[in-house]
Design a protein around this ligand. Structure first.
Ligand SMILES: *[C@@H]1O[C@H](CO)[C@@H](O)[C@H](O)[C@H]1NC(C)=O
Ligand SMILES: *[C@@H]1O[C@H](CO)[C@@H](O)[C@H](O)[C@H]1NC(C)=O
Ligand SMILES: *[C@@H]1O[C@H](CO)[C@@H](O)[C@H](O)[C@H]1NC(C)=O
Ligand SMILES: *[C@@H]1O[C@H](CO)[C@@H](O)[C@H](O)[C@H]1NC(C)=O
Ligand SMILES: *[C@@H]1O[C@H](CO)[C@@H](O)[C@H](O)[C@H]1NC(C)=O
Ligand SMILES: *[C@@H]1O[C@H](CO)[C@@H](O)[C@H](O)[C@H]1NC(C)=O
Ligand SMILES: *[C@@H]1O[C@H](CO)[C@@H](O)[C@H](O)[C@H]1NC(C)=O
Length: 330
């Protein structure tokens, strides 16, 4: 009799899922070198004890569904070290919705394309973990993602580009790829991803013009695209219904004026326009941004007088130098 085994890993039992998790853990080492994360350390010991019928759902950093599926794994900052390769049993945990492995050291391994088997992933954080190489195309299949953080790794997106990566991730809320070598433009359709709250793409070698409609994303709180010297753009007229709290365009090719309507950004706390190519006068409405704690217009081409900033009571940092401003009345 011929038995056809469909190779569906989703049929793993709870026990098998726990074994897969133990096995994954055993392929990576735990460096005991620096203090921090006692609980994680503790959990590591428990897992090392490897009683195979102990319930992995009880370990720190592991969350199971009420049917006993491993749905979340948070081993961020756990001093883990090792290679996650394509045969890693991690990829058998197909019910994972959250995977947090940030701040470990996966010693310059590539992100295996098998990560795309984790189709339920809503949140993936591999930031500051020593991953290297090209981001696999297959990550683009993780269309449930609301949070993607691959920041702080010497990764490259050159072969596929941001447009390909993101095209179907319409549920994204947090897009954090700082220090990833993207070397492409920011796709226009991103302005249609209405769930976006946080876009952090600092030092990504972004190119061309930022679609200004991105400033109008209804939920956007953080827009940090600093250190992208080949990225240009301008500030649009701002609407009143914005939640923007942080805007950093530090060292980009942004130019044009600051519109009077900037005062509509009434939640703005950080406005960093340092080292850009802005011109014109500092708008008289700027003092209405009373939540500002950080304001830098340093090193642009502003002219004219500086309006009184006495209303900015929360300000702790102010940079106005390297412009053509008139000194005098403040
Ligand atoms: C993947 O890693 C495991 C454990 O570290 C190792 O046994 C296996 O040979 C590796 N497989 C490949 C394809 O490199
Ligand atoms: C658990 O550890 C013991 C000894 O350290 C070993 O003999 C056993 O094979 C391990 N079991 C599993 C399931 O890894
Ligand atoms: C995105 O979805 C469309 C429609 O389902 C599909 O044709 C396309 O291949 C998908 N793109 C990626 C990168 O997954
Ligand atoms: C954004 O959405 C609008 C309305 O659904 C659509 O007309 C437009 O083509 C979309 N833009 C992009 C760049 O996808
Ligand atoms: C900016 O563009 C120029 C010309 O295309 C290129 O040589 C340079 O490497 C780019 N710089 C960055 C930081 O991307
Ligand atoms: C803008 O919205 C705020 C509340 O978010 C409101 O207090 C203010 O009056 C509005 N300003 C204008 C000009 O509509
Ligand atoms: C700034 O605030 C003052 C006082 O609240 C208000 O009269 C003025 O219209 C505001 N200016 C702008 C440009 O929003």
């Amino acid at each position: 009799m011929l038995v056809v085994l469909t190779c569906s890993v989703s049929l793993l039992s709870h026990h098998e899922e726990c074994l897969a998790l133990f096995e994954f853990k055993q392929t990576i080492l735990h460096q005991n070198s620096y203090a921090g994360g006692f609980q994680k350390l503790d959990s590591w010991r428990k897992i090392r004890s490897n009683t195979s019928d102990s319930d992995c759902c009880l370990f720190d950093g592991v969350v199971c569904s009420n049917t006993g599926r491993v749905i979340a794994l948070d081993w961020s900052g756990s001093s883990l070290s090792g290679v996650i390769n394509s045969t890693s049993t991690l990829f058998k945990l197909v019910h994972l919705q959250m995977l947090y492995l940030s701040m470990n050291n996966f010693v310059e391994s590539h992100i295996p394309s098998e990560i795309a088997r984790l189709k339920q992933l809503r949140s993936l954080d591999l930031s500051y973990s020593g991953f290297n190489g090209q981001i696999p195309n297959e990550i683009s299949h993780l269309v449930q993602l609301s949070s993607l953080d691959l920041s702080g790794n010497p990764l490259k997106l050159r072969s596929i580009g941001l447009e390909y990566l993101l095209q179907n991730m319409t549920r994204l809320e947090n897009l954090h790829l700082s220090a990833v070598d993207i070397s492409s433009s920011i796709p226009r359709f991103l302005a249609n991803f209405s769930s976006l709250r946080s876009i952090i793409l600092a030092g990504c070698q972004l190119q061309d013009e930022l679609p200004s409609a991105i400033f109008h994303l209804p939920k956007l709180k953080y827009l940090n695209i600093r250190n992208n010297s080949n990225l240009t753009g301008f500030l649009p007229e701002f609407h009143n219904n914005t939640l923007l709290e942080l805007l950093s365009l530090f060292s980009t090719g942004f130019n044009g004026i600051i519109p009077e309507s900037i005062s509509n950004l009434n939640h703005l706390k950080v406005l960093d326009l340092e080292r850009c190519y802005f011109t014109g006068r500092i708008p008289g409405s700027l003092p209405n941004l009373t939540q500002l704690t950080y304001l830098s217009l340093y090193d642009n081409k502003f002219i004219g007088q500086v309006p009184s900033l006495a209303s900015l009571l929360k300000l702790t940092a102010l940079g106005l130098g390297h412009n053509s401003l008139e000194i005098g009345r403040a």
